[in-house]
Each structure stands twice: as structure tokens, then as C-alpha cells.
Design a binder for this molecule. Structure first.
Ligand SMILES: Cc1cc2nc3c(=O)[nH]c(=O)nc-3n(C[C@H](O)[C@H](O)[C@H](O)COP(=O)(O)O)c2cc1C
Length: 212
């Protein structure tokens, strides 16, 4: 296994970036790269690693799906009783990392998180398929469950309670918006001379190129 890992050598060969063509607003640049990933049919192109920190749990990373990008930031949805939510309550500074292997591209984001409005969460909730809504109601995300618990059977029984009923969004489920203050883009190049540039927010966004 060790030998196999050691011998993996990837030669990246994306076209060089023209730094004069970068968009002044990194959220627009991010949307451009994400749209290119979606057009290439990359599975879960909107999946991103979300890292959170608090003293109790340390640094925790997990995947979430970005469901909207506004001029302010990136929106994902989750359970407000989950570990990530309790960490965010203690410390709302987070980081995100996209990686699209097929495109040889990575985007790293630092920022802070706020809950989305009830209206935004309701709109997204109501757009979800019935099964996903019931499953969000059913899940006590991040809580322990007995090893012998028959999740599928219990879910089917739980579902029966909702026949012909309106499934309203529970208070413990909704969105967060990540408001970035730093966004870094990386694109693979020949001989490890990768392209890398970072936007930092002062009053306006300032972009700088970095050594890879
Ligand atoms: C492809 C993929 C997409 C996921 N999307 C979400 C999501 O949008 N929201 C969410 O709460 N969990 C999502 N998860 C599950 C999380 O990674 C994680 O297991 C869960 O949110 C519990 O994390 P926590 O205990 O740190 O709060 C996804 C997992 C994968 C692999």
C-alpha cells in the first residue's frame, strides 16, 4: 500500500491562466469555475469540504452541498442540532474547500457563517422532494443510534404519519450562508508550476498571485 501511494505521480496539464482575465469579484470567478465543473458533468460538483472549529470538538471537516451562490456568499442546508451547527454557534469562522480532480482545480474559502432567513430556508425546504423533507424531519443528525436500530424500517413507519399532510420545515433545520473574506484559486500546471491566486477583502477585493 505504502509503495503504491509513493508511486502515484500525477502530471497536471491545464492551460496556463491569463491573470489579466481574472474577474474582479471572486464570487463571480467562483461561479465561473463551478459552472464549468457542472457543464463537465462532474458528479457532486457542488460538494465542498466544510471545516469548523470549537474547543470541545477540535477541527471537524465534512462534505456539504452548496445550494445557492448569492452576491453575499454560498448557501448550504443542514440540521441546526448537528455537531457542525453547535460548533458554528461557538465559533462562526469556517473554511470551505472545493476540489474538482477532473479539472485539476481547487478553491479554498475562509469566511464566517450566518443562518439564512426563515424565508430562504422555507423556500428551499418547499422545493425539496417529499422524501427528503420527511427524512430531514426523521434524522437526529449527529446523535448516537443503537447498532441494531433498523433505520429503513423505522423511516418507513415514520413516513406513514405524513400521508396527505403538509410537511413543514422544522425549527431545527435550515440554511447557513458562508460570507467569504478570502478566496484562493488553484489550477494544475506542468512540472508543478501550478497557477495560484488569492482574493482578500479589505473594503474591496484585492487579488494577488502566489507561488504554488
Ligand atoms: C456528497 C455528500 C453531500 C452531503 N451533503 C450534506 C449537506 O448538504 N448537508 C448536511 O448537513 N450534510 C451533508 N452531508 C453529510 C455530512 O458530510 C455529515 O456527515 C453530516 O452533516 C454530519 O456532520 P456533523 O456531525 O459534523 O454535523 C453530505 C455528505 C456527502 C458525502
Amino acid at each position: 500500500m505504502k509503495k503504491e501511494l509513493e508511486s502515484i505521480r500525477v502530471e497536471y496539464k491545464s492551460k496556463p491562466l491569463n491573470y489579466n482575465n481574472l474577474l474582479p469579484n471572486p464570487i463571480h470567478q467562483l461561479k465561473l469555475w463551478l459552472n464549468e465543473a457542472i457543464e463537465l458533468n462532474i458528479k457532486d460538483a457542488n460538494a465542498v469540504i466544510l471545516s469548523t472549529f470549537d474547543k470541545l470538538n477540535g477541527v471537524q471537516s465534512r462534505v456539504v452541498l452548496i445550494k445557492e451562490i448569492t452576491n453575499l456568499g454560498l448557501v448550504f442546508y443542514t440540521n441546526y442540532n448537528s455537531v457542525k451547527a453547535s460548533q458554528i454557534l461557538n465559533n462562526n469562522n469556517i473554511s470551505l474547500c472545493f476540489f474538482w480532480s477532473k479539472m485539476e482545480r481547487q478553491i479554498r474559502i475562509n469566511g464566517y457563517v450566518e443562518k439564512t432567513s426563515d424565508e430562504t430556508s422555507d423556500n428551499y425546504w418547499n422545493s425539496r422532494p417529499l422524501n427528503s423533507r420527511i427524512s430531514a424531519l426523521f434524522s437526529k443528525q449527529s446523535s448516537e443510534v443503537d447498532k441494531n436500530y433498523d433505520l429503513e424500517k423505522e423511516f418507513e413507519e415514520f413516513k406513514n404519519n405524513f400521508k396527505d399532510k403538509v410537511v413543514k420545515r422544522p425549527n431545527n433545520w435550515g440554511g447557513y450562508i458562508v460570507i467569504p473574506n478570502k478566496i484562493e484559486f488553484w489550477s494544475g500546471r506542468n512540472s508543478r508550476q501550478h497557477d495560484r491566486f488569492v482574493y482578500k477583502k479589505n473594503k474591496d477585493w484585492l487579488v494577488k498571485r502566489l507561488f504554488p
